[in-house]
Design a protein around this ligand. Structure first.
Ligand SMILES: O=C(O)CCC(=O)C(=O)O
Ligand SMILES: [Fe+2]
Length: 216
C-alpha cells in the first residue's frame, strides 16, 4: 500500500496567490515572520556555527568565470548552501521547494534550480546599486532574501534600497525573519552602509541548473 507523504505546506493557496500577485504587479514583495520559530532558530544557530568555524569567504562580483573581489562594491562574506551537506536545515529546503512550486504555478515561471548562500556584512560595509542578473546572462529569475537580524533598530543602517521601475525609491529594513523577493532582471537595489554586522540568507531562483552557470 502506498504510504502518504506528510504535507509540508506551510501556507495555504489563497495566501500564496495573494503574495505572488503582488510580486507580479509590483516586481517585489516582503513578508514578515515568514519562517516558523523553531526553523528560524535552527537557521540562526547553523549560521553562527558555520561562521565560528570560518566557513565564510569574501564575496566576489560578476559571472562565475570572471569573478573579482571588490570591497569598494560589496563588503559581505558568504557561505554557499548545499542541500546534501547542510542537512541540519533541511526543513528550509522543503520550504524553498514550496515557494518554487507556487511561483511556477502562479507566475508560470520555468524555474529549474536555485542557489542560496548565507551572507554577513560586517559593520561599515555595503553593496552598491546593481541588478542581480549579470549583463548578457539571464539565468537568475527571482531574488529571495530572508533577513536574520533580530535586534535591528532605526539608525543601524543596512537597509535595502529598492529602485522601483517608476523611479520611486523604497527602503526595506533587514528585520529578522522578513522574506523579500524581487525580479532579478528589473529591480535595481543596493545595501546601504550598515553600522552593525548584518546577516541574511540570500538566493536566486534559476532558469537553468546552477551547474550550467558558466555557460549562461
Ligand atoms: O542583502 C541584501 O539586502 C541584498 C543583497 C544583494 O543585493 C545581493 O547579494 O545581490
Ligand atoms: Fe543584489
Amino acid at each position: 500500500m502506498p504510504t502518504s507523504t506528510p504535507s509540508t505546506t506551510s501556507f495555504n493557496k489563497t495566501q500564496w496567490n495573494q503574495w505572488l500577485d503582488q510580486l507580479a504587479e509590483k516586481e517585489y514583495i516582503y513578508i514578515d515572520s515568514f519562517i516558523d520559530d523553531s526553523l528560524y532558530q535552527k537557521i540562526q544557530h547553523y549560521f553562527h556555527t558555520l561562521y565560528s568555524e570560518s566557513e565564510f569567504t569574501k564575496a566576489a562580483i560578476g559571472p562565475s568565470k570572471q569573478q573579482q573581489i571588490k570591497s569598494s562594491i560589496r563588503g559581505d562574506f558568504i557561505y554557499w548552501l548545499d542541500r546534501e551537506k547542510d542537512s541540519e536545515i533541511s526543513a528550509l529546503f522543503v520550504l524553498l521547494e514550496e515557494l518554487v512550486d507556487n511561483l511556477k504555478q502562479n507566475l508560470f515561471l520555468s524555474i529549474a534550480d536555485y542557489e542560496f548562500h548565507f551572507a554577513l556584512y560586517p559593520a561599515e560595509t555595503f553593496y552598491k546599486k546593481h541588478l542581480d542578473q549579470f549583463q548578457g546572462q539571464s539565468n537568475r529569475l527571482i531574488s529571495v532574501l530572508i533577513y536574520l537580524n533580530d535586534h535591528w533598530q532605526p539608525g543601524d543602517g543596512g537597509e535595502l534600497k529598492i529602485y522601483e521601475p517608476n523611479g520611486k525609491e523604497v527602503l526595506i529594513e533587514p528585520l529578522g525573519n522578513r522574506l523579500l523577493m524581487f525580479k532579478s532582471d528589473s529591480v535595481a537595489h543596493e545595501v546601504l552602509l550598515t553600522h552593525k554586522s548584518r546577516k541574511s540568507l540570500t538566493g536566486w531562483l534559476l532558469q537553468k541548473p546552477a551547474s550550467l552557470n558558466h555557460l549562461v
